[in-house]
Design a protein around this ligand. Structure first.
Ligand code: ACM
Length: 502
């Protein structure tokens, strides 16, 4: 086990402490070899507010950043870090690895380095060590629902920073739902004019484009989600002709739960899906585009003349098969444009073969999806839905009713459980946390729910999740970093007695 005393979260794969320390001071410069300039810029940006260190680039800089595609064993996201008394060497085969290594350097500094204002009188030193650090899973994400309650872009940037601190690399934005539509679409301006009003607002295209760049600078990919064919009530309030009964006037939904108003499957609805996804791909370069797919009551299709016509024309078994048919159409559209379609699976076998799936109900659905050949992102709600409260205690602030998800449960949920065989486990891309926001109106409440459970998910996704005692010790240290960043912290009285994970 790597030493816990440094409090690194996520814990590194291998780390050996050496004697001595390296000190960053006003004379410290960075030697950024070809291709490492973005990592140098990130290090400078992250350290500047508290330390004020200029960290200029210089050919004889003692902090050396090196990119070597020939380095073996580090994969796309791993890095090697050697800290000696006179020099620091951070190496990776790919740029993402360097960005993760920068976060390790940041965590090795005193926690005051994470403060937003200048700190005086602190020696900015880090221990000498040698580490080779590679994540277990390639996909380590968090979904933020900005449809139920809109969150300003300033919070999205802060959330991205918090993900990157934990070496998480995906920010999945749930942009549309029954209660709101937050992304502007040039061809359908009423989506945000009507759907961007309740619970908040809408982003501008420029804000989203800037967020994508901001996240990329930190090694985070923003994955957009546009829900269909269920969870579209806000869009249908704006454009009723896209539904199954065009004459019906609808409001943006003002309740929580599963709405039975769903998208039509006529040509205009298909054009809508393709046009919206076309604009989504312009804004989000992510290789993956999420098209929802879950919680789609099909009652409307059983009585809609245009839906019944589609069933007949396509020779489908019945209206229920229209969900798979529509997913097939939008999946093919994304594939033709070089993107991977993503969807929420409810059984592991309900989405077309081209889909990468998020298994959000039971772990067994993830296993079924793997056996069906899908790449799988494990998102079982009983352990990754951070909108559930953190305990059942009466003093616990509110969250989604129904369950509670405590820290040990998050930590202990292996995205590829040991009883799966190697071929099944190989289908697991990774895991992510979900923050649905029906019961999360403010950014402060969002952070309260996310932390420290996100730390546990990040630790498990990066380094395996088999060292609960070590994690708890590291987390105690890491909390001083979260404090420095102003992340609201659960009162310690809520933590005890704490279970040991099964
Ligand atoms: C979901 O919880 N609706 C994926």
């Amino acid at each position: 086990m790597p030493p816990t005393g440094l409090g690194l979260v996520p814990g590194p794969l291998r780390l050996h402490l050496r004697r001595g320390r390296f000190t960053f001071d006003t004379a410290t410069a960075i030697r950024a070899t070809a291709g490492t300039e973005p990592a140098a810029a990130l290090l400078r940006t992250l350290l500047a507010p508290a330390t004020g260190l200029p960290l200029p680039l210089a050919d004889d800089g003692r902090v050396v950043l090196a990119l070597d595609p020939g380095l073996t064993g580090l994969g796309d996201q791993g890095y090697g870090l050697t800290v000696g008394e006179d020099a620091v060497l951070l190496r990776a085969a790919r740029p993402a690895g360097l960005l993760h290594g920068v976060q390790t350097l940041r965590q090795l500094l005193p926690p005051a380095a994470l403060l937003a204002e200048p700190v005086h009188g602190t020696t900015w030193s880090i221990p000498c060590l040698e580490t080779t650090d590679v994540p277990r899973f390639a996909w380590r994400g968090a979904m933020l629902d900005v449809a139920r309650h809109f969150q300003p872009v300033s919070f999205l940037r802060r959330f991205t920073d918090l993900l990157a601190l934990h070496k998480m690399n995906v920010l999945h934005l749930h942009l549309t739902d029954d209660q709101g539509w937050r992304m502007p679409v040039g061809a359908y301006p009423r989506l945000t004019e009507v759907g961007g009003v309740p619970h908040g607002g809408a982003y501008t295209r420029r804000e989203l484009t800037d967020l994508v760049a901001y996240a990329a600078d930190r090694g985070v990919t923003v994955v957009p989600e546009i829900e269909m064919p269920g969870h579209v009530r806000a869009a249908l309030a704006a454009y009723p002709h896209l539904g199954n009964f065009p004459e019906r006037r609808l409001e943006v939904w003002d309740r929580w739960g599963v709405c039975d108003t769903i998208l039509g499957v006529h040509d205009e609805a298909l054009d809508f899906c393709r046009t919206v996804l076309g604009e989504v791909m312009e804004v989000f370069p992510s290789p993956y585009v999420h098209v929802g797919g879950e919680e789609c009551p099909t009652d409307e299709w059983h009585t809609s003349p245009s839906a019944l016509r589609r069933v007949a024309d396509e020779g489908l078994s019945g209206p229920k098969a229209l969900r798979g048919w529509l997913m097939e159409q939008v999946g093919a559209f994304l594939t033709e444009h070089g993107r991977h379609p993503l969807g929420w699976t409810e059984t592991g076998g309900d989405l077309p073969g081209s889909f990468t799936v998020l298994a959000w109900l039971d772990q067994e659905h993830g296993l079924a999806a793997a056996r069906n050949g899908h790449p799988v992102i494990m998102t079982p709600h009983r352990s990754t839905y951070l909108d559930y409260p953190q305990s059942t205690r009466p003093e616990e602030p509110p969250g989604q009713p129904g369950f509670s998800v405590d820290l040990p449960t998050v930590y202990a949920t292996d995205p590829a459980p040991a009883h799966w065989d190697a071929a099944e486990a190989a289908h697991v891309l990774g895991t992510q946390a979900q923050l649905w926001t029906e019961y999360v109106p403010t950014a402060a409440h969002a952070e309260y729910l996310v932390f420290p459970r996100l730390c546990a998910l990040a630790d498990t996704a990066w380094s395996g999740g088999h060292d609960w005692d070590g994690f708890r010790t590291r987390l105690d240290h890491h909390k001083t970093r979260l404090d420095a960043l102003g992340v609201p912290s659960r009162p310690s009285t809520f933590h005890h007695p704490e279970r040991t994970p099964r």
